[in-house]
Design a protein around this ligand. Sequence first.
Ligand SMILES: O=C(O)c1ccccc1N[C@@H]1O[C@H](COP(=O)(O)O)[C@@H](O)[C@H]1O
Length: 208
Amino acid sequence: MNIKVCGITTAKQVQQLDGLDIDFAGFIFVPDSPRYVEGKLDKKAIKNADFDLKKVGVFINPSYSDILDAIEDYGLDVVQLHGEETPEFCSDLNEDVEVIKVFHIDESVKDIDALVAPYDEACDYYLFDTKAGEQKGGTGKQFDWSILAKSKIEKPFFLSGGIGVDDIAQIKKFKHPDFYGVDINSKFETEPGVKDLAKVLQFKVGMK
Ligand SMILES: O=C(O)c1ccccc1N[C@@H]1O[C@H](COP(=O)(O)O)[C@@H](O)[C@H]1O
């Protein structure tokens, strides 16, 4: 099971997460997020360090050039898209970098396979997060995962949205052939953008 820790704002914490064998580290490029990295994260340190983990940039409806600048500045390996980005936009981007397309889920979503179908050829991974009004990420809220268990999906996906250490047993029970990883964020913080590494370690060990 892959683990992605999102919302990191210092190079030191990225280094520490790499030391914990975390698979993906996420950086938020959304200006109104309390985890926004600009002005906090040292670009050069992130770009030049030799990490095993993959560096993921998280965006909502970005311009193509903003993404290319962030890839260049921070040496991103993956781009995670939380907005209404079209399949064409994702597909173009996917020629340069790995892409995670995010889908927001609540009880109004009845057919996951129909929702993801247009993106089948346009990204590498899906990520399922909770739909919570206008807020497009970092809500700390969970959705009912059973809708995923009933869906084909047919692409590696991350489970996301309000996941914490108390969810380890439920995650272990959740079965799907394309279940690729878990994305953790706001439930693992001492304050927004500052991860509680002891909690991350507890999660990592608990998931074994
Ligand atoms: O964390 C944020 O502030 C954020 C802002 C805008 C888009 C995405 C954001 N985070 C992503 O939200 C999900 C779920 O987070 P949580 O566990 O519910 O706090 C995760 O994929 C983060 O990458």
